[in-house]
Design a protein around this ligand. Structure first.
Ligand code: PLP
Ligand code: COI
Length: 353
């Protein structure tokens, strides 16, 4: 695939790494490519970062036809740059596209776009451990008419943001509230797709939780409001006795790439990992009996994030001793070790640039 590159004439200065935060500053360029039924994907280009214009009737503005991905470019200790399982993001983006009636990407083209873009923006991949260049590929329906139907015109874009940790807490435990009013999605809905609408519908509960001092909400299933699903921007895992439990992928949960990687690491370490239904009642009784030893969330932005406290129905429970559990720490060390190129990648997950 040919990618036309127009470089900026006003390069920006990379901000100090300790001031980055998450998703606040952007690199100098962005990737754009257009789709229509006749030409397929065409006009792939990298242009200076800037505002885009849309037709006022554009599908995305009315019917929310939008999907996205999140992955990171990491700086290795030897100065090189690498991606973590990028094909998993590309495959998931195509599953999301299929669900939302958006056009699919050619996998090899999508990889070429990521590689070309990160190479061009390499100076924005920060150097300190824990920081990275967060990559945000996204696609939206762009028909210029108000009829409701599968889209015939779409746009794919890629932007990037040099970032530090997602939570202000960093690797320190976050406090999470179990949400019993709003639900995120239902089976048969769009939960397994990474579409913008899932997030738009989740912010109300997130804001309520934030007002009460919690970082995010833990969703229950949308049918019975009984089974644990996932947190706003990460999947969840619990160590109950000697078993590590994570909610099974019922269709309403995002199949996280970090989740999948954690399961593979844990199994490799010899832990018993169960992907199964976990009811909130079982979780609360494990909290009350002290059987719940550890809880953590996992995701690209959040990495591996220990959960210190869980609140449910006006009651607050401390998980384990409220600190970082042993398994959580081990997982964090192994995953971040591989991602930042500090330890051997025995799983073959790294894609060097
Ligand atoms: N669940 C939700 C709702 C998310 O937004 C994310 C983040 O991408 C995850 C889980 C974790 O997925 P991944 O590990 O692929 O980043
Ligand atoms: C990610 O972890 O990449 C995400 O997409 C989470 C997010 C919505 C910030």
């Amino acid at each position: 695939m040919e990618i036309k590159i127009t470089k900026t004439t006003t390069p920006s200065v990379m901000p100090p790494e300790e001031s980055l935060g998450f998703g606040k500053v952007f690199t100098d360029h962005m990737f754009i490519m257009d789709y229509n039924d006749k030409q397929g994907w065409h006009d792939a280009r990298i242009v200076p970062f800037g505002k885009i214009s849309l037709h006022p009737a554009s599908t995305v503005l009315h019917y929310g036809a939008e999907i996205f991905e999140g992955l990171k470019a990491y700086r290795r200790a030897d100065g090189g740059v690498q991606l973590f399982r990028p094909m998993e993001n590309i495959k998931r983006m195509n599953r999301s596209a299929e669900r939302m009636s958006l056009p699919l990407l050619e996998e090899k083209d999508a990889l070429q776009i990521l590689e070309t873009f990160v190479r061009l923006e390499e100076r924005f991949v920060p150097k300190s451990f824990g920081t990275s260049l967060y990559l945000r590929p996204y696609m939206f329906g762009n028909d210029e008419s108000l009829g409701v139907h599968a889209v015939h015109n779409a746009t794919f874009m890629l932007i990037a943001s040099p970032s530090g940790s997602y939570y202000a807490e960093g690797i320190n435990p976050v406090n999470i509230m179990i949400e019993s009013e709003d639900v995120r999605t239902v089976r048969g809905g769009t939960g397994y797709a990474k579409c913008g609408g899932n997030y738009a519908a989740s912010t109300r509960a997130g804001e309520r939780a934030a007002k009460m001092g919690y970082s995010q909400v833990l969703w229950l299933d949308g049918v019975e409001r009984k089974y644990i699903e996932e947190v706003g921007a990460m999947n969840v895992m619990f160590k109950i006795g000697d078993e590590i439990v994570t909610p099974e992928l019922t269709g309403s949960i995002l199949p996280g790439i970090t989740r999948k990687s954690c399961i593979e690491v844990l199994k490799d370490l010899g832990y018993k990992v169960s992907e199964r239904l976990l009811s909130v009642d079982e979780l609360v009784s494990a909290l009350e009996s002290g059987e719940l030893k550890e809880a953590w969330g996992c995701g690209t932005a959040a990495v591996v994030s220990p959960i210190g406290k869980l609140a449910y129905n006006d009651k607050e429970y401390v998980v384990g001793n409220g600190g970082i559990g042993e398994v959580t720490q081990k997982l964090y060390d192994i995953l971040t070790g591989i991602q930042w190129g500090k330890i051997e990648d025995k799983f073959n997950w790294i894609h060097k640039l």
